[in-house]
Design a protein around this ligand. Structure first.
Ligand SMILES: NC(=O)c1ccc[n+]([C@@H]2O[C@H](COP(=O)([O-])OP(=O)(O)OC[C@H]3O[C@@H](n4cnc5c(N)ncnc54)[C@H](O)[C@@H]3O)[C@@H](O)[C@H]2O)c1
Length: 257
């Protein structure tokens, strides 16, 4: 039995991942606003510190797998909250729980980014450098200047920045003996997607986002990739991003990979 920590465990991809690991006989410590083993608000720095402390207490300081699913989509207001959960929520758990992962068996972490991380590449992402530098005033200024586009910018920009944050850690985490990868889903049938579809600003764009495989993923299909990356068959997979998107990234950017 392994100890698996999953953020965003109460819904969607996180819930499907938690079910999959529990069904395989593992112990899951879920982090979410509610309905998890650890209740914490990852949009605040106090909530992030409490989450790390509570997980360390619940796990006895030893974690085998960390899966970060907690996230907010473009329709959430204010846009700064999207960045707070998607970027800072993930980075704080990665860095805060690395020492516990180092004590785990064949330890690994998987971060759920998004195919949106490729829509705003680092050299065009105005949030990337300020997030990396911890320049919150600049992040707020960029989002304030974006007006109507703030939600999409916050989402794509925070997802690009978290994928880069994972890739930046590749050497240090290898030296620590912990593998770290990202999964980049396309459209997945979850409450987050439904809320986006219902939003008058973003609904049509999401409806138009049709993959070559013309359907949306089920959360279990993303959980299957997460379980593979977390497990022993992925022992040499490190610092990589895997799209689970029905071909949408390849269709949009056939020459970039
Ligand atoms: N559904 C999609 O189409 C899609 C596509 C690409 C990427 N993703 C990413 O997948 C991840 C999971 O999304 P989902 O579709 O399963 O969404 P979801 O809304 O079903 O689940 C997200 C979970 O995160 C939790 N969460 C949100 N804010 C939080 C906070 N401040 N503190 C603690 N927990 C918080 C929610 O309570 C919820 O349980 C997200 O990071 C999302 O960006 C989803």
């Amino acid at each position: 039995m392994s100890t698996i920590v999953i953020s965003g465990s109460a819904s969607g991809i996180g819930a499907a991942t938690a079910r999959r690991f529990r069904d395989a006989g593992h112990r899951v410590i879920g982090i979410d606003l509610r309905d998890g083993e650890v209740a914490a608000d990852l949009s605040t720095s106090q909530g992030r510190s409490e989450a790390v402390a509570s997980v360390l207490a619940a796990s006895g300081g030893v974690i085998d797998t960390l899966v970060l699913c907690a996230g907010l989509a473009s329709h959430v207001v204010p846009a700064t909250k999207i960045v707070a959960v998607n970027y800072h929520g993930a980075v704080a758990l990665l860095d805060g729980l690395l020492p516990a992962l180092q004590k785990g068996r064949s330890p690994s972490a998987v971060v759920v980014s998004s195919v949106a991380s490729t829509q705003l590449p680092w050299d065009r992402n105005p949030l990337g450098a300020p997030l990396e530098a911890g320049d919150e005033a600049r992040v707020e200024a960029v989002l304030a200047a974006a007006g109507e586009r703030a939600g999409h910018l916050a989402y794509a920009g925070s997802k690009n920045a978290i994928t880069v944050a994972v890739r930046r850690r590749v050497k240090a985490w290898a030296q620590a003996g912990v593998r770290l990868n990202t999964v980049a889903p396309g459209a997945v049938e979850t409450p987050l997607l439904q809320a986006g579809l219902a939003d008058p600003r973003y609904g049509n764009a999401i409806r138009d986002f049709v993959a070559p495989i013309p359907r949306r993923a089920q959360p279990e299909e993303v959980a299957a990739m997460i379980a593979f990356l977390a497990g022993p068959e992925a022992a040499f997979v490190h610092g990589a991003q895997f799209v689970v998107d029905g071909g949408i990234d390849a269709q949009a950017r056939p020459t970039q990979f």
